[in-house]
Design a protein around this ligand. Structure first.
Ligand code: 13P
Length: 241
């Protein structure tokens, strides 16, 4: 059975105070949640410690939004696996398209970060997705297959989550058709040796479209950006029908 994972990626949002308020507001909504769904919050590094010590920490799993591939060293501004595990983090987002676009991540550095996460006992949430231009040129499949193959060199597929996030659907309100997301996720799955890998969809997921997305057979969860910032909306997504 593949695990269903509903994750909120807060990106560069929420101070410690706001993160704790979110947890408090989410308490009753998340407690009602069907126990078969795992809820993950990908919070900024600065909020992880207080969140993991919060009274409500048991309601969720925590994820960081990046990890460096070395265990320590002269890498100003980076965070190592050991620093994250100390904070009670279980997952880490790797290769998000915003990191690829604004911070020069390549499939090679993404692969190193995925390997580092697993070395430290963290589960990487590997993000892949094509740009609008690549989709319009009919290159979606080769782009995605290349990202998956390159990012997973020497990676153990038993502790792995993949998120299919078409770049043109991120933060645009322009969700990928659920059936199309299902099709691409099927292609990603065909590249894996382990059938049990959870594969999420991400890109303009909202309370109004989550039910249709989660009804697709290949889609095992969602990675939600903007709509995860509001505790009421996020609770509705977690409690998709
Ligand atoms: P939005 O849900 O805001 O489109 O962001 C998706 C995303 O990038 C999640 O990682």
């Amino acid at each position: 059975m593949r695990k269903i994972i509903i994750a909120g990626n807060w990106k560069m949002h929420k101070t410690q105070k706001k993160a704790l308020e979110f947890l408090q507001e989410s308490k009753s909504n998340l407690e009602e949640m069907n126990g078969t769904r795992e809820v993950v919050l990908c919070a900024p590094f600065t909020a992880l410690s207080v969140m993991s010590k919060s009274l409500y920490a048991g309601l969720i799993h925590l994820a960081a939004q990046n990890i460096h591939w070395e265990d320590e060293g002269a890498y100003t501004g980076e965070i190592s696996g050991a620093m994250l595990t100390e904070l009670g983090v279980d997952y880490v987002v790797v290769g998000h398209s915003e990191r690829r676009q604004y911070f020069g991540e390549t499939n090679e550095t993404v692969n190193l970060r995925v390997l580092a996460a697993q070395r430290h006992g963290l589960i990487p949430i590997l993000c892949v997705g094509e740009s609008k231009l690549q989709r319009d040129r009919g290159e979606t499949e080769p782009v995605i297959i290349n990202q998956v193959k390159q990012s997973l060199i020497n990676v153990n597929q038993s502790n792995l989550v993949i998120a299919y996030e078409p770049i043109w659907a991120i933060g645009t309100g322009d969700t990928c058709e659920a059936t199309e997301a299902n099709r691409v996720i099927g292609i990603i799955r065909s590249q894996l040796s382990n059938e049990e890998v959870t594969i999420q969809y991400g890109g303009s997921v909202k309370p109004s479209n989550v039910d249709e997305i989660m009804a697709q057979p290949e889609i095992d969860g969602v990675l939600v950006g903007g709509a995860s910032l509001d505790s009421v909306g996020f609770a509705r997504i977690v409690n998709y029908q």
